[in-house]
Write a protein that binds this ligand. Structure first.
Ligand SMILES: [Zn+2]
Length: 668
């Protein structure tokens, strides 16, 4: 059991002391950032901010452990204060603060407007991660987005089957030696989205939903929020480590970005992609930034100038020049200041910064065929999200869409996309070559989540198998290439209340001819497709045929496993594989429109309307299934057993950061 001591006891954010000392009115919404009780590592940088709402002019004071601090921005007795606060707010910042001394520290602040003054106080705790054990050179985080326990069970049952009560085999992630459970809550909800989900692991602190690498604030740009230092930045600055990000998503998406980009808006793709490069420390000074050297996935739309086909670059999702004190305190060069520049040719800028670029699976192979791998590698294999493995495999196996002469990947303008394990192998080849200082690598199986949202069980399960193959590649690296490596496999949250409810009674052919059930609303009448669900004994032991490529020949076998969604939206359910995926949300508008015109359904409720079994969702007001608050499993491997053993037990998501940093700093 490794549940960590909760040194803030029963204190909650609502217990921050707020005392009005004004004679009449006083400013409102006065707050200190970071949030009360936050835990940070010794030396980890973060921004402190005091803000409030009222009638200017505004002024503020700040003390840490009783010592008065001067702000790095915010003009006292002015209405404009730091020049970046939202209308009606005044803000004062101390950027890039850090504290070496372990233990609980106190912050006291006062904020005044023309009508009065408010005192606030909070605490933060500094943890030590350094120790005398052997530091791990490399950290590999494999994150199956939305992957709960049932997704893992489903992938195992489809990949191996079971007989007489025993699984016929175990997944790579099942076979890692240490497994525990992780809570997934965010700063402002029991139910997180992927931004705080990943940021908990990569920064050790909770973010608000939709935000990554920042604390909440009322400022005019999402990129001006108070920052907290990521694992990648801390380890690049102190150890010269590199960063690799690999995902089947559009790389602007929350999970990859929450390792490298500080933003209060996870959807601000133009600025997110710019920051990937601009804060990568492309010259390798080691003085700032992430050390990003590998970026593989989807999202070409953010790297192309706004006038090119498929570009999504726009000023509205970009940022103007970062505040001066952010640049100073975080050691960023002027070239990292940023600009609202939808016309930027970011792809050329990546290449000019030394990245070898691959736009297809074949180009990726070619880039790695040289005797020495490229020093930096950029692969953008799709305009938005990459396609799911089921659709990538259809092209590889030359199985056309029914009644069509095309493949889904062609319709997505991404005909040749690598599988996740192939991208992982490429990333490790680049990062692992002459690797003295080590690396942090994130590998994300993004569509486990996205297809669970769409309640497309077949696509979600095959993508979990794809993800597991990437786990095998990472584990092999840690076993045979560089044993100073820790590998963890986890999720950011569970998605959809995914569950294995039974198996199809009868054949697939019979299921395909069941009558439509749309009009059946009387609970006394069981719709035909409800009667097709075999529960308990009737489920038996379904056995899928696995081809040489490691994936099932088809998900539609007689007696196939059937899946339910406890956090569902409305859907039509046939229990059979849908030939076409739901139109992906992260795609350029031009491609989304083409897919809609070609008959790809927009949402689960307008899929298979003619013949489906209509299931009214419980996720009220949502078109798709939603995330749940269920704990998720974490599995870990290292040749150094004590490193992996840290993850046994029930732990907070932010504890995972502390344990990985202890691995990197020898304090495990
Ligand atoms: Zn999700």
């Amino acid at each position: 059991m490794s549940l960590q001591r909760n040194s803030i006891g029963g204190l909650s954010a609502s217990m921050i002391l707020a005392v009005s000392s004004g004679a009449h009115a006083a400013p409102t919404s006065v707050s200190i950032t970071p949030p009360h009780g936050v835990r940070l590592l010794s030396g980890q940088r973060f921004d402190v901010r005091v803000e409030g709402k009222g009638t200017g002019p505004f002024s503020a004071t700040l003390e840490i452990d009783g010592q008065p601090q001067s702000f790095s921005s915010g003009v006292q007795n002015s209405t404009m204060t730091d020049g970046i606060s939202s209308a009606g707010f005044g803000g004062f910042n101390l950027r890039g603060y850090s504290q070496l001394q372990p233990g609980v520290h106190s912050i006291r602040a006062s904020f005044a407007d023309a009508t009065g003054s408010v005192d606030v106080s909070s605490t933060f705790e500094i943890l030590r991660a350094r120790g005398s054990r052997e530091p791990m050179r490399n950290i590999i985080i494999l994150l199956g987005d939305g992957m709960g326990t049932a997704h893992r069970t489903a992938a195992r049952l489809v990949r191996f089957g079971a007989t007489l009560g025993d699984p016929n085999g175990f997944l790579e992630m099942d076979r890692l030696p240490a497994t525990g459970m992780v809570t997934t809550h965010s700063l402002n909800s029991i139910i997180t989205d992927s931004a705080p989900g990943m940021a908990g692991y990569s920064s050790g602190t909770h973010a608000q939903n939709g935000q990554e690498g920042v604390f909440p604030a009322n400022v005019t740009s999402p990129f001006f929020f108070p920052r907290v230092e990521y694992m990648s930045e801390y380890l690049h600055r102190t150890q010269g480590k590199s960063l690799g990000l690999v995902s089947t998503a559009d790389l602007e998406d929350a999970t990859p970005a929450a390792n490298a980009v500080h933003t209060g808006n996870r959807g601000a793709g133009t600025g997110i992609f710019d920051q990937f490069l601009d804060e990568s420390d492309s010259e390798g000074t080691g003085e700032f930034g992430t050390g990003l050297r590998v970026l593989l996935g989807g999202g070409r739309r953010w790297a192309l100038p706004s006038d090119q086909f498929g570009s999504s670059r726009a000023a509205a999702s970009d940022y103007a020049s970062l505040p001066e004190d952010v640049l100073d305190a975080w050691g960023l060069p002027d070239s990292a200041a940023g600009a609202a520049d939808p016309e930027r040719d970011l792809l050329s800028d990546f290449i000019d910064s030394g990245f070898t670029y691959a736009d297809s699976g074949a180009a990726l192979d070619a880039a790695l065929a040289a005797r020495r791998p490229p020093h930096k590698l950029l692969g953008l294999f799709a305009y938005g999200n990459m396609n799911v493995s089921l659709d990538k495999l259809a092209k590889r196996r030359n199985v056309l869409l029914p009644g069509s002469s095309t493949f889904a990947v062609d319709d997505y303008h991404a005909p040749d996309q690598p599988m996740l394990d192939e991208m992982t192998r490429a990333a490790l080849k680049v990062l692992g070559h002459r690797n003295e200082n080590g690396f942090v690598l994130l590998v994300e199986g993004a569509h486990i989540d996205k297809q669970s949202h769409a309640m497309d069980a077949e696509r979600a399960v095959v993508d979990t198998i794809e993800f597991d193959r990437a786990v095998g590649v990472a584990k092999n690296f840690a076993e045979t290439v560089d044993r100073e490596t820790v590998v963890i496999v986890l999720a950011d949250h569970e998605c959809s209340g995914f569950s294995i409810i039974g198996a199809l009674t009868g054949t697939v052919a019979a299921a395909a001819t069941l009558p439509p059930d749309g009009a059946v609303v009387d609970p006394a009448t069981q719709p035909a497709r409800q009667k097709a669900v075999g529960t308990y004994d009737a489920a038996g032991f379904p056995q899928y045929e696995i081809l040489g490529d490691g994936y099932p020949r088809t998900m539609d076998i007689d007696g196939k496993i059937l899946f339910g969604f406890g956090a569902n939206g409305d859907r039509y359910e046939t229990w059979l594989t849908r030939p076409r995926p739901i139109v992906d949300s992260l795609l350029p508008t031009v491609i989304r429109n083409e897919l809609s015109a070609a008959g790809y359904p927009g949402q689960p409720f307008n899929r298979s309307q003619a013949d489906g079994f209509f299931i009214r969702g419980q996720a009220i007001g949502q078109d798709q299934a939603v995330h749940t608050a269920s704990d998720i499993p974490v599995s870990a491997y290292s040749a150094h057993a004590a490193v992996a053993r840290q993850f046994v037990g029930v732990q907070r998501n932010t504890d995972v950061f502390v344990k990985l940093m202890r691995a990197a700093l020898g304090g495990y």
